[in-house]
Design a protein around this ligand. Structure first.
Ligand SMILES: CC(C)(COP(=O)(O)OP(=O)(O)OC[C@H]1O[C@@H](n2cnc3c(N)ncnc32)[C@H](O)[C@@H]1OP(=O)(O)O)[C@@H](O)C(=O)NCCC(=O)NCCS
Length: 169
């Protein structure tokens, strides 16, 4: 299968924060941001694989900054690595300053998607070839994160997670 770069499937979604999407402090509700990130990541996974993709795991979410009502929020999803049927997707969330237009990083997350066939069975996807330094860094660490996620999900025994263990040696 022909390899693809992260920029081949990068997905950017920009939208406003409306009153119905906020918490009592008038900041974006966390679940709403999770849904926006899931949508963008799902499109990136689909563009990479050209298959139906399902969310297998939310590996990491950091709500570092509150996102106030009325903000212009950009969610950017980029594939970092593909394994056999699974794909790790990084999501970076940016807020745009109304006056200057400058973007500030607000949050980030890492999701795992699996490409499936018409019956919902996992199916092989193309490999990823990272290009930039950041893409190469994320690619290199993706196997460790996959092993951690599988161990936490009870799908891999800790002693089998060799790359993850190497981090602590
Ligand atoms: C995700 C799903 C397709 C995996 O199916 P499965 O029968 O467990 O298949 P496998 O064990 O072969 O796993 C398939 C791939 O997913 C990976 N995977 C499964 N669970 C994972 C987890 N928690 N974290 C990271 N990767 C995971 C496996 O490592 C494997 O990767 P690889 O093929 O690249 O090596 C299946 O569990 C499913 O359909 N879940 C529901 C998805 C869904 O509805 N999501 C929306 C949320 S409501």
């Amino acid at each position: 299968m022909k390899a693809k770069t992260p920029s081949d499937s990068r997905t950017t979604m920009t939208d406003l924060v409306l009153p119905s999407e906020t918490n009592p402090l008038n900041n974006l509700f966390g679940g709403e941001l999770l849904a926006r990130m899931d949508r963008a990541a799902s499109i990136a996974a689909r563009r990479h694989s050209r298959r139906v993709c399902v969310t297998a795991s939310v590996n990491h979410v950091a709500f570092n900054r509150a996102v106030p009502l009325g903000s212009v929020v950009t969610v950017e999803a980029t594939i970092s690595r593909a394994f056999k049927s699974s794909m790790e997707i990084f999501i970076d969330v940016w807020i745009e300053d109304r006056e200057s237009g400058n973007r500030t990083k607000a949050n980030e997350a890492i999701y795992t998607f699996v490409a499936v066939d018409e019956t919902g069975r996992p199916i092989e996807v193309a490999p990823v070839v990272p290009e930039t330094d950041l893409e190469k860094e994320r690619f290199a660490a993706a196997l460790r994160r996959k092993q951690l996620s599988l161990v936490l999900a009870g799908k891999m025994k800790p002693h089998e997670a060799t790359e993850l263990k190497a981090l602590f040696d």
